[in-house]
Ligand binder design. Sequence first.
Ligand SMILES: Nc1nc2c(c(=O)[nH]1)N[C@H]1C(S)=C(S)[C@@H](COP(=O)(O)OP(=O)(O)OC[C@H]3O[C@@H](n4cnc5c(=O)[nH]c(N)nc54)[C@H](O)[C@@H]3O)O[C@H]1N2
Ligand SMILES: Nc1nc2c(c(=O)[nH]1)N[C@H]1C(S)=C(S)[C@@H](COP(=O)(O)OP(=O)(O)OC[C@H]3O[C@@H](n4cnc5c(=O)[nH]c(N)nc54)[C@H](O)[C@@H]3O)O[C@H]1N2
Ligand SMILES: [Mo]
Length: 780
Amino acid sequence: MSTRTGRTASHWGSYIVSSTDDEVTHVRPVPEDLDPSPIGQNYRGSLQHRSRVTRPAVRRGWLEGRRHGRGTEPFVEVSHEDAVALIADEIDRVRRDHGNEAIFGGSYGWGSAGRFHHAQSQVHRFLNAAGGYTRSFNTYSHAADEVVLPHLVGDREWFLRSVPAWSEIAEHTEELIAFGGLPRRSAQINPGGVGSHVNVLSQIEAARAGVRFTIVTPVRSDTDAELNADWIAVRPNTDVALMLALAHTILQRGKADVDFLERCCVGWDVVQRELRGEDDGVVKDAAWASEITGVPVTRILELAERICSRRTLVTVTWSLQRQHHGEQAYWAAITLAAMSGSMGKPGGGFGSGYSSMHNAHVNDRLSPAAALPQGRNPVSTYIPVARISDLLLNPGASFDYDGKRSIYPDIRLVYWIGGNPFHHHQDLNRMRQAWARPDTIIVHEPFWNAHAKHADIVMPVATSLERTDFAIGMGDRWLGWMDRVAEAPQGIVTDYEIFAAVAERLGCGAEFTEGRHADAWVAELWSRSREKAAGMGFDLPTLGEFRERGSVALDMPRRVPSAFSELRADPVAHPLKTPSGRLELYSATVAGFGYDDCPGWARWMEPVEWLGSPLAERFPLHLVSPQPDGKLHSQFDHGSESSSHKRAGRAVMRIHPHDAAQRDISDGDIVRLFNDRGATLASASIDDSMQPRVVALPTGAWYDPVDAAAPQPLDKHGNPNVLTLDVGTSRLAQGPSAHTCLVDVERYDGELPTLTAFDPPEFVPASTISTTSYEGRGQK
Ligand SMILES: Nc1nc2c(c(=O)[nH]1)N[C@H]1C(S)=C(S)[C@@H](COP(=O)(O)OP(=O)(O)OC[C@H]3O[C@@H](n4cnc5c(=O)[nH]c(N)nc54)[C@H](O)[C@@H]3O)O[C@H]1N2
Ligand SMILES: Nc1nc2c(c(=O)[nH]1)N[C@H]1C(S)=C(S)[C@@H](COP(=O)(O)OP(=O)(O)OC[C@H]3O[C@@H](n4cnc5c(=O)[nH]c(N)nc54)[C@H](O)[C@@H]3O)O[C@H]1N2
Ligand SMILES: [Mo]
């Protein structure tokens, strides 16, 4: 029996992990973590779980030369060497016959923490060495805001860093109005790692210091109870109407901050015309918004009064822009903040993502981290990240994006590591059709999730617990060492080692590895990080000392003056990086694009689906699909913490008692959620913290179809993305619209199908392959 104890770091925190015979037995938070996340408990028993991919596997039909059959056919296990040869030869065939733009390497996903073994860095460096690939832009997290904010404020990164931090809020803010709430579960996560969780503690301190919190969301529990927040229940996807009515009320009462609006902004005239309805004949007053949002007129008037008479911070969660016309939520919130009188004053104005990610506005430190160099991608074709199904379904079609018009290339090969599109993408039944199009799909995965099961070539990989690395979370104070706390099962190597072998066969091995083994790269990146820190005037320990100590606190605060306080003080001396130098409440650039779904100023436009649309007669409930409590996305869904948030093995859907009673649904019943796009089973939780006619089903349950060959199979496990809508936020950003989705729910009285999400696929021996043998294909 061999036991080991060491440190690891993850997107959800750092832990001391013990293993016996290479399986995790104990997980303890590191001592410096003030509010550790239970998500780390998922590691226990996960490494040798039956869902582990243990050998390279190739879909039988692919070996027989067929494209169709993904997700339904058995796999043939092959040797590592044979798999490497199949991958290299297929990449070579595609780039020779179709050019490198026929390779999609956009490969979105969070992967694991660790500077060197970062999956996206690895795949992009590898594909660049192999001649390039079609890439993806922006994120699922905040694509719409990434594209729209630069038009309003110029430098988005700088602007988001300069919004009030929690310490400033505690001192100066009187009213914090949080559209989308401040869900405490989301703040467990920070990309690249988090040494100590302090976000929710900072929120509570602000509440104790007297900040009054108001959350505007369809889910009352979207906040820590200690904040004592007022709840304004809003119909999903209607926040813009509410914001405009608040703005209209402020305008009517003569309380708009005309000085700031006229000196520091452009477009105040357009905003007034919009609010007064001078062009469309619709006055955006409280009565108008009450009809749309379901918020009583008196509450709108009262909230408007507080906003313009007290030091107010208006915040929006990222979820508000993960919906149809998501650009407008940010635009309207900034417009409201600009009118409030608090913009550019301590603790006031606008900010986003306060609880969407741990370090948002609690930690903002400079990073000394050196990144793995990516090389150069000579291919220029791209997609906005959430247009993946459109790309595969419509080669040659044109699409709009931020003022440009581009063409979807014809993708023959998809190479995806460190992400799970069967987790993250909307309308999975549509995506499965798209998935049937390319010649070849190659995936590296530690576990047999749906992404692996729908691939042609699956390479098993070591998890972050089975390799050595170091983590530096975005903005974080702590640098964390990552020990190899277990050995990967026999024959399983890291992404890096797989790419090194494939690159070798493709003739670009030296370019990819530069002659270094993985651990030599870790040492190299650490020494480059030390140099970088030294250049900034900070000392980092040697690699040996770092490993010994396990973590290092590095205080390199990034001091950014408030974008808007400088602007307010002197807009000529401190212009924003916009065409006008001012805050563009009206953007001539965006207006000039001529998009009917994204005009050049904040506007309420009905989303394609919402509780006010005709479709609500057939599907009367709005589905929101928030982030899951017990895990990050789909990662370690087989773990104990994730399982503890399920019932009868299914994800839990929350529903208001009234909606449940109407449908004869009792707490704990298995229910079927459905619409025209698909259907899934979940366990019903009757919960009066839900707004009536809204149901919430978290993301993350591994997609588990009853009959994978059917066009619209029932998902057994509670994955909301079989129901969600796959349209761009608008022609401007083309972001995902996950939170725009109508459904209905019924009690499921049928026989409960057995869960197979965590079972490996069927394997058949290589001898059963007809036509082309895999040896033949591999040597082609
Ligand atoms: N309906 C709905 N859908 C959503 C959202 C929503 O709000 N509603 N939110 C969206 C958002 S914001 C995001 S960011 C996405 C997240 O979507 P993803 O980032 O795609 O989700 P993850 O589950 O984190 O995927 C990571 C995958 O990488 C694997 N992995 C981990 N480490 C490694 C490694 O070192 N090497 C390799 N090869 N693989 C590794 C894991 O096993 C897992 O399968 O989901 C989006 N989808
Ligand atoms: N535990 C955990 N934390 C996570 C993640 C995870 O997977 N697990 N993922 C991380 C990632 S990648 C991201 S991008 C962030 C995302 O962070 P967010 O976008 O902030 O998180 P969500 O859970 O998608 O949405 C937050 C809340 O918005 C509300 N909401 C939905 N639609 C509307 C609407 O139209 N109007 C209003 N007013 N409210 C609405 C929902 O009730 C939901 O609870 O979370 C991060 N944190
Ligand atoms: Mo995200």
